[in-house]
Design a protein around this ligand. Structure first.
Ligand code: FAD
Length: 296
């Protein structure tokens, strides 16, 4: 099923994001994560992609295929285009298709620190999106950034490029994580004022430890509201308390977001299914009684 069809129902779409095992990593651990997440009956589960490497792409394929075939849950396979040729992308698209994957999150990706840039047929995600659209077999999602992409020249240019990306064939958008919901509302208003009408599902990341959040903030440039900083300072040396507070903060964000009728909630669960379980049990009643703007 194409994920964009899910947004035509009146309730918000619930999804989780996981990452595949690192090479020689804990495959069974990721299988367990998928098993537990599947019990929570999300609309779909997305699987991240290691930029610049078709072998790493195979880990994404294996996990996405497992989600779909063993659990009957729709999978969203991420795909990045930095340092990749059209031929390599076509090979991976063929594999996705043969594994029954129908939905792709099309991204530019980032070069690893100190990596030597490789020849690429795609400069921006928009180029990959146009190519996947031409292929014709996939529903297409793309990333968006409520606070602007960390390397964007300005928020305004970032929005113009977002519109360009959507016009190339995007069916729905998934946001970068953020901790200040007001910034998302302002972003959504700007997006809609540019006549970008595709559904926007909102990425929420529960904070589980200080190191994780510092890394994510360095990568994304997300701003931290005072309330959030106080939680980090107060509980940073007490992992159990910080996890409880992080889950409570994420739930608070979700309740706020649902009350304004967001199209979907995408939980960055960091392969911690127990955390997803706690969040879902806190918000399930609210999710099922919430309505969102139906796709036009
Ligand atoms: P783009 O949309 O191409 O934008 C990148 C930058 O280029 C922006 O600053 C934009 O303003 C600018 N830009 C766009 N078009 C133009 C143009 N025509 N001229 C000049 N500038 C332009 N990374 C991974 O490696 N693997 C993953 O699985 C992964 N999953 C992600 C999931 C989500 C939901 C999000 C939000 C991000 C994810 N990322 C992932 C990170 C992502 O790859 C990086 O944020 C990357 O830097 C940008 O990717 P993009 O697709 O948004 O790029």
């Amino acid at each position: 099923m194409r994920i964009n069809e899910m947004f035509s129902e009146s309730r918000p779409v619930l999804s989780f994001e996981i990452f595949p095992p690192k090479r020689d990593g804990d495959v069974l651990g990721v299988h367990h994560t998928i098993d537990v997440l599947a019990e929570l009956k999300p609309d779909y589960i997305s699987v991240t992609y290691g930029a610049a490497g078709s072998e790493r792409g195979m880990d994404t394929v294996r996990m996405a295929s497992r989600i779909k075939r063993e659990h009957g849950i729709e999978a969203l396979a991420h795909l990045t285009s930095i340092g990749v040729t059209k031929k390599e992308i076509d090979e991976i698209l063929d594999i996705y298709r043969s594994e029954g994957i129908e939905n792709i999150l099309a991204l530019r990706g980032d070069l690893e620190v100190n990596a030597v840039p490789k020849a690429s047929d795609f400069k921006y995600a928009a180029d990959l999106i146009a190519h996947v659209k031409q292929n014709g077999h996939f529903g297409i999602g793309a990333a968006c950034y409520p606070e602007g992409h960390i390397h964007a020249r300005s928020k305004t240019t970032d929005l113009i490029y977002l519109r360009d990306k959507v016009q190339k064939g995007v069916d729905f958008l998934v946001t970068q994580l953020f901790f200040d919901t007001d910034l998302f509302y302002a972003f959504r208003n700007e997006v809609r004022s540019l006549d970008i009408e595709v559904p926007i599902t909102v990425g929420v990341m529960p904070v589980l430890n200080r190191k994780q959040i510092e890394r994510m903030v360095a990568l994304s440039g997300a701003s931290l509201p005072d309330k959030f900083k106080k939680i980090l300072e107060k509980y940073e040396h007490n992992p159990v308390a910080l996890q409880d507070a992080g889950i409570a903060y994420a739930c608070d964000q979700i309740v706020d977001l649902l009350s304004t009728g967001v199209d979907g909630i995408h939980l960055y669960v960091m392969n911690k299914p127990e955390v997803a379980k706690r969040i879902v049990s806190n918000i399930s009643g609210i999710m099922s009684s919430s309505q969102h703007r139906k796709t036009p």
